[in-house]
Design a protein. Structure first.
Length: 215
């Protein structure tokens, strides 16, 4: 069955041990979700128009490799907003994306980088992913994204305990807590760990493995 579905199992011993496992640990993006976030809302600020901000953002995101870049560009294409010429494009790790589009200095960043008056102007944080768009230093809009859970996720997770005798199901993710909690509530996982680095995820897995003498 695994071979037919393109799943490679390096060590057959894993299959022999599987019936003895009592803890399941899941990653989020691409595992319990489809890994294809969609732009679900644009909350514009002040007198900025939603389509104008989307057009500016998409014109910059064409040059980005950020996971949300393709989503923003597709949303602009769907709205039939033509890409504008972008200048001085820069994307520094952890600093967001900046550039000049249609005479506007555009910055695409995240909530953690906002301070003072800009932070106060942001809408309340909501479940899911988001990015903040600034135009000439002013808050222009907040983009909200949602990565849909896999259709079979809830039924799969809920059958682990009664059928396979799992005693604990955990969700580890590098995403923020509100997004992780939103998914956990949908698919019924009570123990979650958000904002986890890859090293922290490995540490969690090793800690749980140490508690299981059968492994």
């Amino acid at each position: 069955l695994a071979a037919r579905r393109g799943i490679i199992i390096k060590d057959p011993v894993v299959l022999e041990r599987l019936p003895t496992c009592r803890t399941a640990i899941f990653d989020k993006t691409g595992t319990l979700t489809y890994g294809r976030p969609e732009l679900v809302d644009i909350i514009s600020a002040g007198e900025f128009e939603r389509d104008a901000v989307l057009q500016w953002a998409a014109s910059l995101e064409r040059y980005s490799k950020h996971p949300l870049a393709t989503t923003i560009v597709k949303a602009a294409d769907a709205a039939k907003l033509a890409a504008l010429e972008a200048e001085h494009v820069s994307e520094k790790p952890g600093q967001g994306l900046t550039g000049r589009v249609n005479g506007q200095d555009i910055a695409i960043t995240h909530r953690k980088k906002m301070t003072g008056e800009l932070l106060a102007q942001l809408p309340p944080a909501q479940p899911g992913m988001e990015c903040v768009v600034l135009a000439n230093g002013q808050l222009a809009a907040t983009f909200l994204f949602r990565d849909a859970p896999r259709a079979e996720g809830r039924s799969f997770v809920t059958h682990l305990a009664p059928i396979h005798r799992f005693q604990k199901v955990m969700l580890l993710s590098g995403d923020r807590a509100s997004e992780v909690d939103y998914l956990a509530n949908l698919i019924v996982i009570e123990e979650t760990y958000a904002s986890q680095s890859p090293e922290q995820k490995v540490g969690r897995v090793r800690a749980e493995a140490a508690k299981a003498p059968t492994l």
